[in-house]
Design a protein around this ligand. Sequence first.
Ligand code: ADP
Ligand code: MG
Length: 254
Amino acid sequence: VAKPDAILVADSVTRRFGGLTAVDVDHLEVQRGTITALIGPNGAGKSTFFNLVSGFDTPDAGTWSFDGTDISGKPAYQIARLGMVRTFQLTKALMRLTTLENVMLGAVGQKGERMGVAPLRFLWKAQERQIQARAEELLERFRLSHMRDEFAGTMSGGQRKLLEMARALMVGPSLVMLDEPMAGVNPALTQSLLAHIQALRDEGTSIILVEHDMDVIMSISDWIVCFAEGKVIAEGRPDDIRTNPQVIDAYLGS
Ligand code: ADP
Ligand code: MG
């Protein structure tokens, strides 16, 4: 049964690839205003679960709701419009756009990743000015203003991660999904990324993230859900997860 303040609730979600059951989640909740982490071995189904609930993949079964609205089977752009977004890695096409254009694309929904700047050209001028103003605010927030007119392809790994977050925030989401936000980021920028994630949470944005660095997970998570072979095998506060025998056995002990 969902707690009163759950922002995302998933029930009986399964996804099979041929004979492999990649996701078989009985029940998973994200509480409003928390940083909730998904941990577990490679191949445990964490990214597949993200793809399913964000509308980028279709499960074999299951229902899930966001902010009290049933969003099962809804396409990604509709889910994003309701306020639940995930970050996306820069594709080759996006590397040839400027930093500002990349962030502005976040406003035209989560299809921009595949369409390039074309959708920006269909905006009304007034709307475009508004979108640009918001994008510039976000560049400022993530200390990327000096990269505004540079091609995104010239950015460092850490700057790209910041850009991906800025783009996701264009729709003013209430839940942000981050799949390995620290991957490929040097230690100096890791701290800054963490501070940004915590600041978002402190402003009331809910966060669900997948991350492998256990120091990071233990220091920023309010709640941790451990996956193994597609299932949730344990969940709890960091101190309880750290010492949970099933988690140690399936993941931490290796
Ligand atoms: P994680 O993110 O926890 O490392 P994934 O969700 O990426 O795990 O993968 C879960 C399992 O599903 C893995 O065994 C993976 O090989 C498989 N899988 C993921 N996507 C596909 C796909 N599109 N086709 C076939 N198998 C897939
Ligand atoms: Mg993954």
